[in-house]
Design a protein around this ligand. Structure first.
Ligand SMILES: *[C@@H]1O[C@H](CO)[C@@H](O)[C@H](O)[C@H]1NC(C)=O
Ligand SMILES: *[C@@H]1O[C@H](CO)[C@@H](O)[C@H](O)[C@H]1NC(C)=O
Ligand SMILES: *[C@@H]1O[C@H](CO)[C@@H](O)[C@H](O)[C@H]1NC(C)=O
Ligand SMILES: *[C@@H]1O[C@H](CO)[C@@H](O)[C@H](O)[C@H]1NC(C)=O
Ligand SMILES: *[C@@H]1O[C@H](CO)[C@@H](O)[C@H](O)[C@H]1NC(C)=O
Ligand SMILES: *[C@@H]1O[C@H](CO)[C@@H](O)[C@H](O)[C@H]1NC(C)=O
Ligand SMILES: *[C@@H]1O[C@H](CO)[C@@H](O)[C@H](O)[C@H]1NC(C)=O
Ligand SMILES: *[C@@H]1O[C@H](CO)[C@@H](O)[C@H](O)[C@H]1NC(C)=O
Ligand SMILES: *[C@@H]1O[C@H](CO)[C@@H](O)[C@H](O)[C@H]1NC(C)=O
Ligand SMILES: *[C@@H]1O[C@H](CO)[C@@H](O)[C@H](O)[C@H]1NC(C)=O
Ligand SMILES: *[C@@H]1O[C@H](CO)[C@@H](O)[C@H](O)[C@H]1NC(C)=O
Ligand SMILES: *[C@@H]1O[C@H](CO)[C@@H](O)[C@H](O)[C@H]1NC(C)=O
Length: 690
């Protein structure tokens, strides 16, 4: 009974509340006319090609796209004009641009006296400055001008935004017409943003003597600071007393800082994320690092002057999840790290990057103790001996990069247990032995597999059903043949395939060309593959295409890829003519070799359109005269037309090629006088007319 009464009472209060709310806010329609006019005035200055602001009509501006009002006072408090079409790859760029606002930022916006949130990010204002009036929004708590193609000096007036908590001026590099950046000449105004918690200045350029550190040090409540790629090239980061002890995130990566790692950093015990990568920090990693007990991510990569041993204290950072120590000048033998990595650091570490760090020694068993490790990259070192079975204990591992080391022995059986692997890269080592179907059986999530440049034998039968859907398969110089692998047909998502020198001696199946039109990198060179190649005009993503040193025959395929830069069909038995439009259908070719085939006919004039690189048509049956259409703007460096049946004379235009270094015309039927223009081939260092 009691329960029911309480319920009824609660219901009654809920009803009352709703009524009061209606009276106080929700039901009051419309917005304040002065503010409506302010918005309309602001809109007038904007360019809005996709008509995003089409809802900005009528009286009630509180209902307009991107506008929000206070429920009670009806004042406009929020204006969010962020581009709704973010881009993740170049294909989205078109839509992103279309949905970008541009034009001017008119001061009529100042009519919005109660604005506390302004987001103009991801638009394109074509390099205009941030207007000084932006500093006049007394109530503003959030200002996001990220990625808006703004440029020039950031006005000091922004320092008047005394309520501001979030300031994001990142990524304002714009390149539509001329490159430009936001620039900070003197950062002292930042010190007046006394409420600031979050500052992102990524890619804003700080002039020398901008006093950014002193300014930041006046902000005791700042929590997150991003100063990535800000052109900071200071030699000293000294502070007598560190004030910003609430700091949780500090990103100084991609600058030119060549100081030692400053001691005050270790007073900021709240720091969780510290990125000093891609700088010129020198000296040692100080043992005081142990004070940063909250640290979850530490990146010191690409500081080639950091040297000495990794301090044992680093191993006491029990919360560390991410550790980047690539490309620094630390002690070289992996075994010396045992004491460091026996600390509690091994409990939570998920990422360990130590590529290109000149590491030597063998892979120690304690590496297997990092139970949460997901990403391990030790590539580009000199680590030797076999991969230990203990790595099979890393059951959370998703990416294992041991590429380019001196590992030998066989593929360890225990690695076959790593069922979470998405990327496995063991290329360029001295691994040997047979890999069976069974060893791949658990790799159901694998997307990237590199076993190339080892002495591995892949014992995979023709009717094998691969457990994975790879996107990239790199097995050059593994022994795979003699049959062409039928299982390849099931890897429908392959975009990158290196199967060169794999001892395949077989006809290429027809399905191969039908299944892989999404491929951009194909290298099946140096096998004994037979067959002809169909029209490839639907392979529109091709960038690299190498069939050289096989037994392909029939006519040359047609291409239609504006991205193709390497085309090597040399050392085969292709016959017929070179397509007349080859130079036009593949406009960005940098390397073309059709050498050592049975091609006949003339050299197409369209080849004169090639912009770059190297052109090799030697050892064919080409006849008729040399093309005479070379022009000045070409950057061709090598021409080899030797060992054909070309006749006529060496034509004067060949020396329009200002960058030509090597010209081979030997073994033809050329005659007549050499043109005197040859002397203008200033860079020529090889001329073979034998
Ligand atoms: C105003 O009202 C809307 C809709 O009723 C609600 O979603 C929003 O949270 C309210 N805002 C404030 C600041 O009360
Ligand atoms: C600012 O906008 C960008 C892009 O729209 C977004 O990625 C970023 O998180 C925003 N910054 C803040 C502090 O919210
Ligand atoms: C805003 O800042 C500028 C320069 O930093 C200063 O000259 C100006 O008086 C300030 N304006 C107001 C309204 O406080
Ligand atoms: C620390 O911050 C306070 C208040 O912002 C300021 O008065 C003081 O000068 C700062 N100290 C240093 C060394 O910058
Ligand atoms: C910092 O870079 C600027 C511009 O590149 C240069 O003029 C200046 O000499 C550099 N300063 C230092 C201390 O390296
Ligand atoms: C760091 O903290 C210590 C001990 O609290 C203090 O003595 C020292 O002055 C601080 N250093 C800086 C640069 O703030
Ligand atoms: C740091 O860089 C500056 C200029 O870029 C240079 O003058 C100075 O010698 C460098 N210091 C060290 C220790 O490398
Ligand atoms: C790396 O450190 C060694 C000594 O530990 C030193 O001889 C060498 O010059 C350093 N290399 C660089 C690039 O600083
Ligand atoms: C690996 O190479 C080392 C020399 O670097 C050699 O001593 C060892 O026997 C090799 N191990 C295997 C399994 O080949
Ligand atoms: C695959 O995983 C299962 C279950 O963990 C295990 O029994 C089997 O040995 C693994 N296969 C290989 C080749 O490691
Ligand atoms: C390859 O695998 C088959 C079974 O799938 C086996 O009979 C054969 O011995 C293996 N060959 C080598 C060289 O290991
Ligand atoms: C192929 O890739 C696409 C896009 O990455 C994905 O949606 C699809 O599921 C993949 N197909 C297979 C069979 O993995």
């Amino acid at each position: 009974m009691d329960l029911k009464r309480t319920q009824l009472l609660l219901l009654f209060f809920a009803f009352l509340c709703a009524q009061v709310r209606k009276l106080n806010g929700d039901s009051i329609p419309g917005c304040i006319p002065i503010e409506r006019n302010a918005l309309l005035g602001f809109k007038e200055g904007l360019k809005d090609p996709s008509n995003r602001l089409s809802s900005w009509v009528g009286d009630d501006c509180c209902t307009w796209e991107g506008v929000a009002c206070d429920n009670r006072t009806r004042h406009v408090i929020k204006l969010d004009l962020r581009n709704p079409r973010p881009f993740s790859d170049a294909n989205d760029l078109f839509l992103y641009k279309k949905w970008s606002l541009g034009g001017e930022l008119r001061p009529s916006l100042l009519g919005l006296k109660y604005l506390n949130y302004l987001d103009l990010s991801m638009n394109n204002f074509g390099g205009i400055r941030i207007p000084e009036f932006m500093g006049s929004f007394r109530q503003l708590k959030y200002l996001n001008l990220s990625c808006a193609s703004l440029g020039g000096l950031v006005p000091h007036q922004l320092g008047n935004l005394s309520s501001l908590q979030y300031l994001d001026l990142s990524y304002n590099y714009y390149d539509d017409n001329q490159p430009g950046f936001l620039i900070i000449d003197n950062a002292i105004w930042i010190s007046r943003l006394s409420s600031l918690r979050y500052l992102d200045m990524t890619e804003v350029q700080f002039r020398e003597g901008a006093h950014w550190l002193q300014a930041l040090n006046m902000l005791p409540s700042v929590v997150e600071v991003h100063l990535q790629s800000c052109g900071i090239n200071t030699t000293s980061l000294s502070l007598s007393h560190v004030n910003f002890t609430s700091l949780s995130v500090l990103d100084l990566s991609g600058n030119f800082i060549n100081s030692t790692i400053p001691g005050w950093l270790f007073n900021i015990s709240s720091l969780e994320y510290l990125d000093l990568s891609y700088n010129f920090f020198r000296g040692i990693i100080p043992p005081a690092i142990k004070n940063l007990a909250s640290l979850k991510a530490l990146d010191l990569s690409s500081n080639q002057f950091l040297e000495g041993k990794i301090p044992v204290e680093l191993g006491k950072l029990c919360k560390l999840q991410y550790l980047g120590l690539s490309y620094i000048n630390i002690s070289k033998n992996l075994l010396e790290f045992e004491e460091v990595f026996s600390g509690c650091i091994k409990n939570n570490l998920e990422t360990l990057y130590m590529w290109n760090t000149q590491l030597s020694g063998y892979l120690p068993d304690w590496l297997g103790d990092f139970r949460k490790l997901k990403y391990l990259d030790l590539s580009g070192n000199s680590i030797f001996d076999p991969i230990p079975e203990s790595l099979g204990r890393l059951s959370a591992l998703q990416e294992l990069y041991l590429f380019d080391n001196k590992l030998n022995g066989t593929f360890p059986k225990s690695l076959g247990r790593l069922a979470e692997l998405i990327e496995l890269s063991l290329g360029q080592n001295f691994l040997e032995g047979v890999m069976s179907e069974e060893q791949f059986a658990n790799f159901t999530k694998l997307k990237y597999l590199d076993l190339s440049q080892n002495q591995l034998i892949l014992n995979l039968t023709s009717n094998w059903i691969p457990p994975f859907q790879l996107q990239e398969l790199v097995i050059g110089s593994c022994k795979l043949g003699p049959r062409f692998p039928a299982w390849l047909r099931m890897l429908k998502n392959i975009t990158y395939l290196d199967m060169s020198s794999t001892e395949i001696s077989d006809a290429i199946p027809n399905w191969f060309w039908r299944s892989f039109s999404q491929i951009w990198y194909l290298d099946i060179s140096c096998n004994r593959i037979t067959g002809s190649v169909p029209d490839l005009t639907d392979f529109i993503d091709l960038e690299y295409f190498n069939l050289s040193s096989n037994h392909f025959e029939g006519p040359l395929p047609n291409f239609n890829s504006s991205r193709l830069w390497l085309l090597d069909l040399s050392n085969n038995s292709f016959s017929g003519a070179v397509h007349r439009d080859i130079g036009k259908s593949i406009p960005h070719l940098e390397y073309l070799s059709l050498s050592t085939n049975n091609l006949s006919g003339e050299i197409p004039l369209s080849l004169c359109h090639l912009r770059y690189g190297s052109l090799d048509l030697s050892k064919n049956l080409l006849f008729d005269e040399l093309p005479d259409c070379w022009n000045h703007s070409s950057l061709i460096i090598v021409i080899d037309f030797s060992s054909n049946n070309l006749s006529g004379s060496v034509l004067p235009s060949i020396c329009s090629l200002r960058f030509l270094e090597s010209l081979h015309l030997s073994n033809n039927n050329l005659s007549g006088e050499l043109p005197s223009s040859l002397k203008s081939c200033a860079r020529l260092n090889t001329l073979d007319l034998g």
